[in-house]
Design a protein around this ligand. Sequence first.
Ligand code: AKB
Length: 368
Amino acid sequence: MKSGNNILITGAAGQLGIELTAKLREEFGAENVIATDIRESEKIAESGPFEMLDVLDKNHLAEIIRKYKIDTIYHLAAILSAKGEANIKKTWQLNVDGLLNVLELAREGLPGDVRRRSAQSAVSGTESEFETDNDSCSNAGTDSARHSKSDSIFGSNVASTANGRVFWPSSIAVFGPDLPRKNTPQDSPLNPLTVYGITKVAGEQWCAYYHRKFGIDVRSLRFPGLIGYKSEPGGGTTDYAVDMLRSAAKGHKFKCPVGPKTRLPMMYMEDAVQAALDLMVVDPERVRIRTSYNVTAMSFSPEELHKAIRNHVNGFQITYHPDQRDAIAASWPESIDDSPAREDWNWEHRYDLPSMVREVLHKLNSPG
Ligand code: AKB
């Protein structure tokens, strides 16, 4: 990464957060990767700096950014699809207002970013167009590089003032049932059925807006279902796959909440972490898509996953009890076209269904 590498992660105790934190600490040094979450996580706190943080508390977020001279943020804190349907307002607040807090603080200036320091000398300080009562720009405690009111409303003559770098995960949940389910293209119309999907569409648009208007170098991936073994699944529709693998490893029967034939795009966590890292290190000119890139690795149905698991766990049994997760899954694509990511920044996955199943079962059976 080109910036100073004082990295902040929100939602670090989540499924993706745990693995991304470990990888970033390995790559950039544990002391340079500040993990935050609303819950305490011993595992993460033991391996490097950890702060409790609710991303809706913008002042506290600003304080942490200032304290650690952050230049790069991986903003992962979010409520996922199945859980989101149970609390739609909270999901909107956390997923959208939380992102806006991060983008606003990036606009005010991430203190560790060397590019910002040189931009500051070139930009005159004028009032923000977006300040609200809560929005005291002094939160960040910086004499931030703000943007002139004369900037075009469609920007961007301000890209040279780029402040830090932000990663934000979007999701296949942006797609809705109006699309062809196979090989869904990058630039499809986005008509999601879930509140989670709505927040991801809004978030993508906010990312593109802050990039266009304020030059924020925000980058994003539309993740499919992510399959890891290091943490409990956290309220997603695709988490049935993680639950099925965990049941198989324990020798338990599994009650599947998604119908046998409902296929979804999926990815092994190691590939997901690598995709985020790869996207974050490429030169800004190569990031052509500033909403969010489709990325995928494999597609399977519960029936196909069951079969792949049985190659390792003889006699593993499942029964089907489709609930609202099946309806959510049926509204999403079964496979997506990620050729723009492959062309623009050489995205490549490593794990397919058989290798993912082998690896996860192996890891679950050999803890530590
Ligand atoms: C979910 O199922 O909600 C997530 C996702 C596909 O974004 N895993």
